[in-house]
Design a binder for this molecule. Structure first.
Ligand code: GTP
Ligand code: SPV
Ligand code: MN
Length: 598
């Protein structure tokens, strides 16, 4: 399919190490995909679901020990440890290559090696980057066909160039002790072994589009971020674009596909989804604005909790051409189910482990052991099947960003929304992001884990240098029309542990305040942490459960809590080490001083 000598010699090398019985090139055709689905069904790797109710949909179960990304076994293999920094696991490239060589040795014996040429971004667009993943898993091939743009067009666009990301994946024997997800940024190489799950093996996603791309972005002057991209359309037809970085399972897919509350819908407001997980951002020299593209082609979304009320658009997207991973199989009608889908769990069912499952045994206090669907069970669905997909989804140059939002899951401390003072302070706000583990007992406060820019597991180099890159972007003379930077928290709880803010579609009310700020249409209150809305400036029309007093509470700065948080931030900065930019310490000191004055 190609005469590119860099591609061919690399595949030869990988094949002589892994020794597959045959090599099959993935051309992106429907015929080939269909043949692979049939083959996977014949071996039990996939289960075909009810063709009438869920056309072209399949179920896959991973090994029980292989259900999520493994941060502890994810490595950045730069020549020096300093380049990878203290937040990443590091191993010297030679040492890691030697270790991997043993694990890959004959790993594809009696198996087929599939060659997947894929593009992150629209093929031929100036923002697109190409990759080739070699894998021995049909599940990976079929997921990549949804999540990325795959096939001969990619090889044509690559031509004779050596400029592509090499990815090798072998399931081997799924041994947890020898599971490695490794990145060699200087070699444009990703190697993954002993896993068959999502972010560990769909190498275009977190490995390429975030870890390798963040490294390339620093070198080339752009940014790769763990962000959704949405367009908010006003009744007059004008559309403003927002990107938002929330840690994994903290609401990106939900916000990206938001359905406005009825009062706004009636007036003609709409939200369009450009992306739900990853944004590549560049400064446009002509207008000085930041432009965002979503390099992916589909959604790898969290299933549990997705329902007709929380995210009807995501649910609609999964009604065809979808691969479900680790959800419940309803054996009465051959459909799928998960906790939080509806109140009708199937009478006869098989759980994510592959065992017969009786929903009456479900115990909320012991979710992991008793749930039918794994809490990290997922759907892989095509972006083009999403009812609210943006007309700019396939845009070659992306959409102009008005606002960047950071956010985490915090029971206390962080208010519903605040605005940073400027880009530098906004970078600081991103660097101190945190998300709490869910409180086990009602009212108890979760454990804070700092997750800067929601990128803690995804920065392909030193975290301190990554913050410096944010600052450097902000200092570019051609970046004259910067987005404003905000922080949100949908997850404040009361003393009983109930969420105070209704969230989901109602988050639109906060987005409107944010965009009003960007347009200079509304005042704000200057506080120690940033600009906060005047409580009356967040429209709560039609929101019966939220009183003006609740809004005041959600929009207050808890000075003692923030003062305590500063101590935790200092510890974290110390851990990141001596690459933390001086400007970040200046911002931290300024925050401390402002808090002391309150
Ligand atoms: P990744 O795909 O892992 O990157 O996750 P994500 O950031 O896309 O998270 P997602 O939208 O799938 O949401 C994860 C969980 O958060 C789900 O259980 C949602 O129901 C819940 N959630 C999302 N938005 C809100 C909200 O506004 N309020 C509350 N209380 N929960 C929310
Ligand atoms: C995440 O964990 O942030 C995901 C899922 O989006 S995975 O692709 O597994 O990384
Ligand atoms: Mn994610």
């Amino acid at each position: 399919m190609t005469t590119n000598k860099y591609v061919l010699s690399w595949i030869d090398e990988m094949a002589s190490m892994t020794r597959p019985k045959e090599i099959v090139w993935i051309d992106g055709s429907e015929e080939q995909a269909e043949a692979l689905r049939k083959e996977a069904c014949s071996t039990g790797e996939l289960t075909k679901l009810n063709e009438e109710l869920l056309p072209n949909c399949y179920l896959h179960r991973t090994a029980v020990n292989d259900v999520a990304r493994v941060e502890g076994r994810t490595y950045i293999c730069t020549p020096t440890k300093e380049e990878a920094g203290n937040i990443n696991n590091w191993m010297a490239p030679d040492e890691m290559y030697a270790k991997l060589k043993k694990l890959y040795n004959g790993a594809m014996k009696d198996r087929t090696m599939y060659v997947i040429p894929y593009s992150m971004g629209v093929v031929g667009s100036p923002f697109a980057k190409y990759g080739i993943e070699l894998t021995d898993s049909i599940y990976v091939v079929l997921n990549m066909l949804i999540m990325t743009r795959v096939g001969t067009a990619v090889l044509k666009a690559l031509g004779d160039s050596p400029d592509y990301i090499k990815g090798l994946h072998a399931k081997a024997d799924l041994d947890e002790e020898n599971r490695y997800i490794t990145h060699f940024p200087q070699d444009n190489t990703i190697m993954s072994v002993n896993s068959g799950y999502g972010g560990n093996v769909l190498l275009g996603k977190k490995c390429f589009a975030l870890r390798i791309a963040s490294y390339l972005g620093r070198k080339e002057g752009w940014m790769a971020e763990h962000m959704l991209i949405l367009g908010l359309e006003y009744p007059n037809g004008e559309i403003k674009y927002i990107t938002a970085a929330f840690p994994s399972a903290c609401g990106k897919t939900n916000l990206a596909m938001l359905i406005p509350p009825e009062v706004f819908r009636k007036k003609g407001y709409k939200v369009w989804c450009v992306g739900d997980d990853i944004a590549w951002l560049r400064v446009n020299k002509e207008d000085g604005k930041l432009y965002a593209v979503n390099p992916e082609n589909g959604f790898f979304g969290v299933a549990p909790g997705t329902n007709e009320k929380s995210n009807p658009n995501a649910l609609a997207t999964t009604k065809r051409d979808t691969i479900f991973t680790n959800v419940v199989l309803n054996t009465d009608n051959n459909t799928v189910w998960w906790e939080g889908l509806d109140n009708n769990p199937p009478e006869h069912a098989i759980d994510w482990r592959g065992n017969a499952w009786d929903y009456r045994t479900y115990d909320k206090a012991n979710k992991l052991a008793t749930a039918g669907a794994h809490p990290n069970s997922r759907f892989t669905a095509l972006a083009k099947n999403c009812p609210c997909i943006s007309s700019e989804f396939n845009s070659l140059t992306g959409v102009p960003v008005s606002a960047i939002i950071f956010g985490g899951r915090r029971a206390k401390t962080a208010p519903l929304v605040y605005q940073s003072f400027n880009w530098r302070h906004g970078t600081f706000v991103g660097s101190i992001m945190a998300s709490e583990t869910t409180a086990a007992a009602a009212g108890a406060i979760g454990v804070v884990r700092r997750d800067p820019m929601a990128m803690r597991p995804f920065v392909g180099y030193n975290m301190g240098d990554y913050w410096q890159h944010w600052l450097d972007m902000g200092n570019r003379p051609d970046f004259t029309n910067k987005p404003l930077i905000f922080h949100v928290n949908w997850f404040r709880t009361d003393d009983e542990g109930n969420f105070i803010w209704p969230g989901y579609g109602e988050n639109m009310r906060v987005l409107l305040w944010i965009l009003d700020r960007c347009a200079g249409k509304v005042d704000a209150v200057k506080t120690a942490i940033g600009y906060l809305p005047k409580p009356e400036d967040i429209n709560i029309e039609g929101l019966d459960d939220v009183t003006p007093d609740t809004m005041k509470d959600l929009l207050s700065v808890d000075v003692p809590a923030w003062t305590a948080d500063v101590e935790n931030i200092k510890e974290f900065y110390a851990q990141v080490g001596d690459h933390v930019p001086a400007a970040m310490y200046e911002e931290l000191n300024a925050l401390t001083a402002r808090l002391a004055k309150e």
